[in-house]
Design a protein around this ligand. Sequence first.
Ligand SMILES: Nc1ncnc2c1ncn2[C@@H]1O[C@H](COP(=O)(O)OP(=O)(O)O)[C@@H](O)[C@H]1O
Ligand SMILES: [Mg+2]
Length: 280
Amino acid sequence: MSEGKVISFLNMKGGVCKTTLCKEIAYYLQKRGKKILVIDIDPQSNCTQSFFEKFGVDVLDQNGNIRRDIPSIQKLYDLQLVDGKEKDVILTLTPYLDLIPGDLTTVFMERNSNSTHEQKLLQVIKRWKLKERYDFIFIDCPPTYSFYTVSALMASDYYLVPSKADMYSLLGLSLLKDVVKRFVTVDQPVLMEGRNLQCIGVILTMVEQSEGMKQRIKDIKKFAREENIYVFENEFKYYSKLVTGSLSTFIADRNDLSLLSFIENVSEEFLERIEKLNGK
Ligand SMILES: Nc1ncnc2c1ncn2[C@@H]1O[C@H](COP(=O)(O)OP(=O)(O)O)[C@@H](O)[C@H]1O
Ligand SMILES: [Mg+2]
């Protein structure tokens, strides 16, 4: 088996389906026999809540107190690497799916840019040989350029950008590319060790059915071609039922063929993209 790949789900905006796509593609791929680790590095921990609800992980003990024995990313940052144990950090959900949960009990401290902390994720991926054990490691990033994002990018081979299909998002995209480029070439060239953090592509999300939208997507694709950014053929349509949906409901559990086939198709397109980028 070739080495696993680490992928950040990245966009400095919130509400663009980062978490939704991260958990849904992860869930689909593990059912398809890929070994997946999801890392929830967003202090809002939406991804964690979603997996906890789905897999019945209780955050409270019998007395209604917050359990301290659930693995979490907080423990990764607290522990001294030498004594660090995987079982304090990695939670197994299915034979093919593991999760490094966010911490639901405390608000993460906003850390100063302490480089030892920023490198921790990268270090445990190496130390615990995680790339040898997983096909894909997905990192669900927060919508800010923060300690957490730096930590995620430092550990990543690729990034994937869910984005709404509007002009502002378009400009944001080009900015994001510059930020990543600067990160690789100026800020962290040594730690990146030749991983040049390629963009797998943009997945357009919340796409509504209208003539105006069709034209906008045309414009976006033209712009993306000029900027050398890949845009996924599979667009994530706007579904009003997802706005109000319960966290624990995964698309695989819904009786909605169009949603199901979207996740299937976008996941397969993701695999094709990775293969293509790896082949280079
Ligand atoms: N295709 C969709 N159509 C409409 N709403 C969606 C869709 N996908 C996700 N949502 C909802 O939009 C909100 C934001 O999505 P989320 O994935 O949490 O975004 P992000 O992680 O980028 O902040 C969530 O409430 C989610 O349920
Ligand atoms: Mg999110």
